[in-house]
Design a protein around this ligand. Structure first.
Ligand SMILES: Cc1cc2nc3c(=O)[nH]c(=O)nc-3n(C[C@H](O)[C@H](O)[C@H](O)COP(=O)(O)OP(=O)(O)OC[C@H]3O[C@@H](n4cnc5c(N)ncnc54)[C@H](O)[C@@H]3O)c2cc1C
Length: 345
């Protein structure tokens, strides 16, 4: 069967996706199934790998490992002929014909580009707790609040978000403290009043040690000699948005530094789309997957519209007419019934 790519410049992909995390893989599955020549370039640092059991993704009543979700997504995309390259794109430029991407290993060309590069949650500035990430140290109440019900929880932070986190966590546990880790609080007066009103203890000393074994936190040791028994910590230090490539292409960012997109995930740059945590969406897997799907549908639709405008669909049709059977066979009713009987249909 002839495909679009058979008539295109073999060096230029119809679609390239930078980022093979949840949003990128979801888009890849849709684009592969839409018969689009699609390449996913990924450097392998999806945040989904940090979650050992995802409990809020539709269709997995007993949870699913973040890593497993990625592996399955990758397999699903490969089944639909999506190609993958392990590389890190360092710079990108736009040309009339599309985009040129320079990676650590290779240069790539694409007519349409989807950025699904995600973000990086900054871990707290406490040494030696990285191994607790996703096990007893978390970033996201919506992801992990449910699993810490009834436990002793410390919110580490100094901003309004830390206070709001602590208040929000009261739905999950009565035992919640805020730890500023020796920093000066930056929360507003109103937030300070809430802490007092809701009787949430605030530990202002520096955390000098996190007592943890087998990825489970047991206590926080504070400068001054206090030890507070804690099971889980949440941190609100902030995020780094992987938007360097978008900025290089001139895409507009919002006040938080996230890539601005319309409902179809189009950025302000023609031919450039973005999906997942790098956009203003709430950073959740199911939302990233949905955005990836929406971006893929828009890309497919835009390529189709372009093929009508440039008559490339007509050239594609010419190739079909020259090479393939394009008119269904006509037979009489009687011989069709006979054929069906003979074939046991
Ligand atoms: C500890 C933890 C627990 C979480 N738990 C949950 C949960 O329970 N439920 C939930 O819904 N969400 C959870 N999340 C959030 C979830 O991981 C994200 O919502 C999801 O991974 C976002 O998908 P994404 O595709 O936008 O980004 P990612 O999945 O992070 O993928 C981005 C990809 O882009 C690649 N990339 C970036 N820049 C480049 C480049 N220049 N070149 C090539 N590749 C590049 C990265 O290597 C990465 O593979 C959790 C996050 C963390 C950190």
């Amino acid at each position: 069967m002839i495909q679009h790519k058979d008539l295109d410049d073999p060096q230029t992909r119809e679609v390239t996706i930078i980022g093979g995390g949840i949003a990128g893989l979801s888009a890849a599955i849709y684009l592969g199934r839409a018969q689009r020549d699609t390449l996913v370039i990924d450097s392998g640092h999806s945040m989904a790998k940090w979650e050992p059991i995802v409990e809020n993704y539709l269709g997995f009543p007993n949870g699913v490992g973040g890593e497993e979700l990625l592996k399955n997504g990758c397999r699903q995309a490969r089944r639909h002929n999506v190609r993958f390259a392990h590389d890190e794109i360092r710079t990108v430029s736009s040309k009339k014909s599309g985009f040129v991407l320079k990676g650590k290993n290779k240069t790539y060309r694409a007519k349409r580009l989807l950025l699904a590069t995600g973000i990086f949650h900054l871990p707290p500035e406490i040494p030696g707790v990285t191994e607790c990430l996703g096990h007893s140290m978390f970033f996201c109440k919506d992801c992990d609040g449910f699993r810490v019900r009834g436990k002793r929880i410390a919110i580490i932070g100094v901003n309004n978000e830390a206070v709001e986190y602590a208040l929000g966590m009261l739905h999950y546990s009565a035992c919640v403290i805020v730890a500023t880790n020796g920093k000066q609080p930056r929360w507003h007066k109103r937030h300070a009043r809430w802490l007092a009103e809701y009787e949430i203890p605030v530990e202002r000393n520096r955390i000098i040690n996190v007592d943890h074994r087998k990825r489970k936190i047991h206590a926080l040791d504070f400068a001054g000699g206090t030890c507070v028994k804690i099971n889980y910590i949440f941190t609100t230090r902030g995020d780094i948005f992987h938007t360097g490539l978008a900025e290089k292409l001139g895409a507009k960012l919002d006040a938080h530094g996230q890539i601005k997109v319309d409902q179809c995930m189009r950025t302000s740059v023609p031919g450039l789309y973005a999906a997942g945590c790098v956009t203003p969406a709430n950073c959740q897997m199911i939302i990233a997957a949905g955005q990836g799907a929406a971006a893929a549908q828009a890309i497919n639709r835009d390529l189709f519209d372009e093929s009508l405008a440039t008559h490339s669909l007509r050239r594609f049709r010419d190739a079909q007419l020259a090479d393939e059977k394009t008119v269904p066979e006509r037979v009489s009713n009687i011989s069709w019934r006979k054929e069906k009987r003979n074939n046991g249909i």
